[in-house]
Design a protein around this ligand. Structure first.
Ligand code: SF4
Ligand code: SF4
Length: 447
């Protein structure tokens, strides 16, 4: 059996309450409730195996006997009327690229290409910051389409948000996801001044990227982007410039992309499998996800090697997983979508997130009438992970939290083996790294 298939198999749920595995010289137990990790001996592993053959209540009983049972950290009560702390503006519903898999229908979300007017952006900023209390933190994100296709409003909105936040004593951060083809030196200076988190979409090295992300008019974009991002990479201090790569069946050579992009000065590099595209083109099937898992683990092992050797190697998926396991992250929703995070369309409609812009399923009101709390609360009740299947029976449910709503609502849950296989590897890596580099986990600045 291939390595990834072994990971698929060994990470399948034996209990909804826990997951356990044999490591080199000890055993590891993850208690789902509260994401609590314990080192255990062979005898306990054997008892867990035996209990799981009897059934879930036997595992629950055993956890209680072992003293690691606990009242539920997360109950079935959904969030209600969550306070807003992040907004993304579809500042330009248009794009100069023609990526076949684009969730935004190549930028225009299936409608006429348009820019967000300044007045709409202003009202969005006021919705985000106007009601926040002194000392609260909020994030304003610019997405599209390609946000730099509406540069004047992007800049005005940023400056207005910075000044409003200062007046109110609110801490605002900024982020942008860009295709990188329109970035200028002045943009770089502007992003640096406002401490942006800049994410550039790059799906691999030249050949792969150019196949995935060509100009609409035809022709590759890789060389243009590499030239355009130079000023960003050269001056990043306050800002962080990262790569996000969408992985489709043709581009699972992750390690070479990771090494290349980190080598030329990107702050970090992360990968996301393509699980949903408008016409189903390029979506990852089970075989592709098995290949992806092997490639992810290869990058993970390199991360471990470099971290133990004292080198910086900012593989985003791994850094995030280590951070979450260390914190014991347990959450009933995969992201803030429809809760503390909303998207705003160019016309001022509110959506559960940037991907739900123009999609009735995720409609959440508009800037004129405000957040539709009834729709929001219905969404939060329906999307709670304990209401999802097969999540309610899965040990990974408070780490994975049911997967991206946008992908799941369209395609169902077809990546569970991949998600659990990756977490299974990350759990073992966490055990190794927390012994080898406890200082990294305790450090205030973990990159
Ligand atoms: S989506 Fe996540 S939580 Fe739900 S069953 Fe799949 S792996 Fe488990
Ligand atoms: S629903 Fe999906 S795309 Fe939207 S914020 Fe959540 S994870 Fe991201």
């Amino acid at each position: 059996m291939s390595f990834s298939r072994e990971l698929f198999t060994s990470s399948r749920p034996r209990s909804r309450h826990a997951h356990w595995q044999q490591l080199t010289d000890s055993g590891q137990l993850l208690v789902t409730n509260g994401t609590r990790l314990f080192e255990v001996n062979q005898e306990i592993l054997a008892q867990l195996d035996a209990a799981s053959r009897i059934g879930d209540s036997a595992v629950e009983q055993l956890l209680g006997d072992l003293g690691v049972g606990h009242t539920d950290f997360i109950d079935d009560t959904p969030l209600q009327s969550a306070p807003l702390h992040a907004l993304s503006l579809a500042i330009a519903q248009k794009c100069n690229l023609g990526c076949s898999y684009c969730y935004a229908g190549q930028g225009d979300f299936g409608g006429p290409a348009k820019n967000m007017p300044w007045d709409t952006a202003r009202r969005a900023v006021e919705l985000l910051i106007g009601n926040r209390l002194r000392g609260e933190r909020v994030n304003l994100a610019f997405l599209g389409g390609e946000p730099l296709a509406n540069r004047p409003v992007l800049r005005s909105a940023t400056e207005y948000a910075a000044s409003l936040a200062q007046d109110r004593g609110v801490n605002v951060t900024f982020s942008i996801t860009t295709n990188g083809t329109l970035v200028t030196e002045e943009d770089a200076a502007f992003f640096e001044r406002h401490g942006f988190a800049v994410t550039v979409s790059l799906d691999g090295l030249r050949e792969t990227h150019d196949q995935q992300r060509p100009f609409k008019r035809g022709g590759g974009t890789f060389d243009v982007i590499m030239k355009r991002v130079q000023p960003l990479l050269a001056i990043q201090r306050q800002m962080q410039v990262s790569v996000r790569a969408t992985v489709s069946p043709g581009n699972v050579k992750l390690r070479e992309s990771l090494d290349y992009f980190l080598g030329i000065g990107f702050h970090s590099v992360g990968f996301s499998p393509l699980l949903r595209s408008p016409a189903g083109r390029g979506e990852m099937g089970l075989h592709d996800l098995a290949q992806l898992l092997e490639a992810m683990v290869e990058c993970g092992f390199e991360f471990e090697r470099r971290l133990i050797g004292g080198e910086r190697y900012s593989f985003t998926n791994m850094v995030n997983a280590m951070r979450e396991l260390h914190r014991g992250t347990h959450r009933p929703y995969p992201c803030g979508a429809g809760a503390g995070y909303l998207g705003v369309s160019a016309d001022g409609e509110l959506a559960a997130c940037h991907r739900f812009v123009g999609d009735e399923q995720g409609a959440m009101g508009d800037l004129t009438s405000g957040i539709d709390r009834e729709r929001q609360n219905r969404w939060l009740a329906e999307r709670h992970v304990n209401r999802q299947q097969p999540c309610a029976g899965c040990w990974a449910r408070y780490l994975c939290s049911g997967g991206c709503h946008h992908e799941v609502l369209a395609r169902g849950r077809n990546a569970c083996d991949y998600i659990r296989g990756w977490l299974h590897y990350c759990l073992a890596a966490y055990s190794r790294l927390s012994h080898a580099r406890p200082d990294w986990f305790e450090g205030a600045n973990r990159w």
